[in-house]
Design a protein around this ligand. Structure first.
Ligand code: DSN
Length: 418
């Protein structure tokens, strides 16, 4: 087998140097962006394999190009494994990523102009959940629900009132910055009352559902679940639409030929690899540990007087209101933590008075740190570093010393795949 990396080093030293730099960055820092993770070594191998060379428009057994015996095999494996892991009737594993997968659902099951209920962006929803700047926000009539200002959680009575008033065709739950679990039974009852389809965008917590640590929307009778494959699931960058048999044909036609051409077969094969991993006892332990770590980190931050939106977490993430806690906006807080090799992301909070590039908080999550083997006592240490640095953001000596401590701490936790 040729040494592909050695060839890259020899023939494109600039990209090779960047790749090595990124490896070192990932090794010597603590990744706390809740949507990021370290994929499995087997996934990295599959992504860099010959499956990247192949065009495979169509679906297994019905392709528009020849030479599909092995691509059919891996796509069938990915679909069957997805159905087993998520206990659903149908799986489409071709969406190129999260936005495409959600667009495929809206365009396949609804008509432009139809009403969709979804969570407002600043309250935790995603861009594709109808943010006015997104194409989907312009094409469909999104009614965006918000969280209860008293405790930051979803106000199901208000969701019901909004649904009765607006008669949506689709009720969508799921989030990118909401630190609580979802009451699927409540959403299903609301949708049934107005005759709407139910959909969960489980991108953030797909791996936690797969690992049995969080509820599965299909157990509550949901029609559609979408999930990206690279977040808590630890697979390649990609997306899946999971649904009932009744919706299968519409979903498949919407993904291809409706929205996309050739699927990325290296990613499809890597999804198959990921979904075998997701069935292991080890992965179940991982999913449970992600939640334990998040609870421990949230408690550590709150014990040190940090303000968390909703006062804690039920899932893998937390949103820290940095302006009131530390007198720093989210960008400043992100930059201070970057200086000590702790990576977070600036985050808008519900009804944020500040603009998205200078919002009032940061978002923190535990999937990547847990993938490196960090456990509760490590979260305690992380919480102390985070608060100390944010409280002493001008103290360059302290930041330098903390950075050195973080680097040496990271040496104890190898990065999967590097
Ligand atoms: N970019 C993802 C996140 O960080 O949550 C959502 O697409």
């Amino acid at each position: 087998m040729p040494d592909n990396l050695a060839m890259l080093e020899q023939n494109d030293p600039a990209v090779f140097a960047a790749l090595k730099g990124e490896e070192q960055r990932q090794r010597s820092g603590i990744e706390l962006i809740p949507s990021e993770n370290y994929t499995f070594p087997e996934v990295l191998a599959t992504l860099g394999s010959v499956f990247t060379n192949k065009y495979s428009e169509g679906y297994p057994g019905r392709r528009y190009y020849g030479g599909q015996e092995f691509t059919d095999e891996v796509e069938t494996l990915a679909r069957e494994r997805a159905k087993a892991v998520f206990r659903c009737e149908h799986a489409n594993v071709q969406p190129l990523s999260g936005s495409a997968m959600n667009q495929a659902v809206y365009l396949g099951l609804l008509k432009p102009g139809d009403t969709i209920m979804a969570m407002d962006l600043s309250h935790g929803g995603h861009l594709t959940h109808g943010a006015p700047v997104s194409h989907m926000g312009k094409l469909f009539n999104f009614v965006r629900y918000v969280t209860d200002p008293r405790d930051g959680s979803i106000d199901y009575d208000q969701v019901r009132r909004d649904a009765l008033a607006n008669k949506p065709k689709l009720v969508l739950c799921g989030y990118t910055s909401y630190p609580r679990d979802i009451d699927y039974a409540a959403f299903k009852a609301i949708a049934d009352e107005v005759g709407a389809l139910t959909m969960t965008d489980a991108s953030h917590f797909g791996g936690l559902v797969a690992g049995g640590a969080m509820n599965n929307p299909f157990d509550f009778g949901f029609d559609v679940v979408t999930t990206t494959t690279h977040k808590s699931l630890r697979g390649p960058r990609g997306g899946m639409v999971l649904c009932s048999k009744a919706l299968a044909s519409k979903v498949d036609k919407s993904v291809f030929p409706g929205l996309q051409g050739g699927p990325h077969m290296n990613a499809v094969a890597a999804i198959a690899v990921t979904l075998l991993k997701a069935q292991s006892e080890e992965f179940k332990g991982y999913a449970k540990q992600v939640l334990l770590n998040a609870k421990t980190l949230a408690k550590s931050l709150m014990d040190q007087q940090a303000t968390l939106i909703t006062g804690g977490t039920d899932n893998h993430m937390m949103v820290v209101e940095t302006t009131s806690s530390f007198g720093l906006d989210g960008r400043q807080a992100e930059e201070v933590l970057d200086k000590v090799n702790i990576t977070t992301n600036k985050q808008i909070i519900p009804d944020d008075p500040n603009p998205p590039l200078r919002p009032s908080g940061i978002r923190i999550g535990t999937p990547a740190a847990t993938a490196r083997g960090m456990a509760e006592s490590d979260m305690q240490q992380l919480g102390e570093w985070i608060v100390t640095c944010l409280q002493n953001s001008e103290d360059e000596g302290l930041l330098h010393d903390t950075r050195e401590s973080v680097k040496s701490f990271c040496g104890r936790f190898p990065v999967p795949g590097i």
